[in-house]
Write a protein that binds this ligand. Structure first.
Ligand code: ARG
Length: 570
């Protein structure tokens, strides 16, 4: 597509000495106040270079470029050159760009030949897959979609928490108080109850902790009984997780979790020793990170059992060897910031320059309105329950409205689950937030249902207009009908979409895409309300229907990147 900023920069570079077009392009801004133009160029930087007051430079540049045919008008305002584009031209090139690429509009090939690992979701087996996990799950999935869209070869890994001392506790709890039938009937809720009981009992019977430690030691050393119990717990848990992934339409390329790396740790520990990085501290083996302002990285505990960090080290080396990644992204809560800083530092100290390609994509905490979540105390909101409840509520709302009952179930699912996912991807990921049913299921405002509804509305306009894109001759399209305020704002939003996708990947921040499609949906609705789309005049009707078609396409592309379906009827 025609890149307007690039075009403007090329023109500017003809009149500015000492700065390349590429540099100039980066300076071009899109003013939020549209009365200041479609694009603005600030002259502060040039003032130093040219030894001239910025407002004088702005008026010189304005004079020099104003006659270019791409502009409607160019105006110097203080230190800025404000540029107003010819709206019809801008509309036509944007519409053409979307029609040429359709569901690929916004995609790029910047990632061609590059591999990105996106590790996300990674719940702990035998523990609830709860509302706290939704963020890593949907942020990770959206990032994986976005990177693929940009041409990267993406590997999606679920680093299951299927190992560690907690399985010692689980095994001990099961032995003392468990029943097979009970677990199989309702695996995670039952195992959770055992786990909660373990912690309650351990307060008065501290010897349980020691028993759990031994059970985990046995598991790690391949004792048959512990191993079998563990395998069974893992299988039962995965069955439950898979139900949620199916509802969300999420798949993984690998479920290699922590246990997968247990036999790959000794090699890492040996290498750390060889490189002189391992020191003993109170019986444990550690890497001293004091110089870097971090607590020591514990590699093995005093009883020789390994820990979380060691498994992550083994996983990093395995991934580098197996996938030779260009980037390895960990979508994990910010509570684990220190863990990842230590992990990356240790790899760097081992002399691997690719430590710089490991990225911790962190996010804020989810809490309940009445306090924090705590697995230990059983204060849990199950993700599956949230999704089911969202579907149920949506069904009620649709039934109340009395629309298209034949597709009620499907629509309730698509909209209910979409609502939850969209909400997670609406705010910047780093923000903490309070889980609140009313907000998740609010069907007005900047929500998933609103955007989906806008998509369905556009689809219905196209149906009513008998629109068929293959019958449109774009070379004859009269874009002068698309120069009103509402249409212009909508076109700008559509034009901004590819940039939003690229920025979402740069910042590992899917909410950039969410924001962009909310803007497009709002602009489309304004266009729909302000203008008659299906008018008698064929030229006008065609131009407006093409814009409707294009807006619908871009909303669908955005939703699909977020992992949300775009219904044609609602
Ligand atoms: N299972 C961990 C948890 O639920 C998250 C795993 C994150 N990934 C990693 N490579 N450490 O907290």
């Amino acid at each position: 597509m025609i890149n307007v900023k690039e075009q403007i920069a090329a023109l500017l570079s003809e009149h500015i000495e000492g700065m390349e077009a590429e540099e100039l392009e980066k300076l071009i801004e899109i003013p939020t106040d549209t009365s200041l133009g479609d694009y603005a160029f600030p002259c502060f930087k040039l003032a130093k270079l040219m030894r001239k007051a910025p407002n004088l430079i702005a008026s010189d540049i304005s004079g020099a470029i104003a006659s270019d045919p791409m502009f409607e008008k160019v105006q110097p305002v203080n230190a800025y050159v404000n540029m107003f584009m010819k709206k019809g031209d801008m509309a036509l090139s944007t519409l053409n760009a979307v029609i040429a690429k359709k569901e690929k509009y916004g995609s790029m090939d910047q990632g061609e030949g590059k591999k990105v690992i996106v590790e996300f979701s990674s719940p702990n087996i035998a523990k609830p897959f709860h509302i706290g996990h939704i963020r890593t799950t949907v942020i990770g999935n959206a990032l994986a979609n976005i990177y693929s869209f940009l041409g990267y070869d993406v590997v999606k890994i679920n680093h299951l928490g299927d190992y560690g001392t907690q399985f010692g506790k689980m095994i001990v709890a099961y032995r003392h108080w468990g029943s097979k039938e009970e677990v199989e009937a309702n695996p995670i809720k039952t195992l959770l109850a055992y786990y909660v009981k373990f912690h309650d009992e351990a307060e008065t019977h501290p010897e349980l902790e020691e028993e759990a430690r031994i059970a985990f030691y046995n598991l790690e050393h391949g004792e048959k009984e512990e191993l079998q119990l563990w395998q069974w717990i893992r299988d039962e848990s995965l069955k439950e997780f898979s139900r949620v992934y199916d509802m969300l339409g999420i798949t993984f390329d690998s479920y290699a979790g922590e246990s997968f790396y247990s036999d790959k740790m000794p090699a890492v520990i040996d290498e750390l020793k060889e490189k002189g990085l391992l020191v003993e501290s109170r019986g444990a083996q550690i890497v001293d990170l004091e110089k870097y302002g971090m607590p020591p990285a514990i590699i093995t505990k005093s009883d020789g059992t390994s820990i979380y960090l060691t498994r992550d080290l083994a996983a990093a080396f395995y991934r580098k060897k197996t996938y030779d990644f260009d980037k390895c992204i960990y979508v994990v809560a910010s509570q684990q910031d220190l863990h990842f800083q230590q992990l990356f530092k240790v790899i760097e100290l081992m002399g691997y320059e690719w430590a710089k390609d490991m990225i911790h994509v962190n996010f804020g905490m989810v809490s309940l309105a009445d306090g924090t979540l705590s697995t230990r105390h059983g204060r849990v909101v199950f993700l599956e329950d949230v999704l089911n409840k969202a579907v149920e509520k949506t069904r009620e709302i649709i039934t109340e409205k009395g629309v298209n009952t034949d597709q009620l179930e499907e629509t309730a699912k698509v909209v209910g689950i979409g609502a939850v996912v969209f909400r997670e991807l609406s705010a910047g990921r780093i923000k903490d937030y309070v889980f609140d049913w009313d907000k998740v299921l609010n069907f007005d405002g900047e929500t998933g249902p609103y955007v989906q509804y806008t998509h369905a509305r556009a689809a219905s306009v196209l149906r009513n207009g008998g629109f068929d894109i293959s019958k449109i001759d774009m070379s004859k399209l009269d874009c002068s009908y698309l120069t009103g305020d509402a249409a212009s704002t909508l076109i700008k939003g559509i034009y901004a979409f590819p940039e939003a996708v690229a920025k979402a990947a740069d910042d590992n921040e899917p909410s950039t895409v969410t924001r962009c499609i909310i803007d497009i949906a709002q602009s489309f609705n304004k266009f729909y309300h302000d203008e008659h789309i299906i008018v008698d005049d064929e030229n006008e009707r065609n131009a407006k229907l093409v814009l409707t078609f294009v807006a619908k396409q871009v909303i669908a592309n955005g939703l699909s990147l977020l992992g949300i379906k775009a219904p044609d009827r609602m």
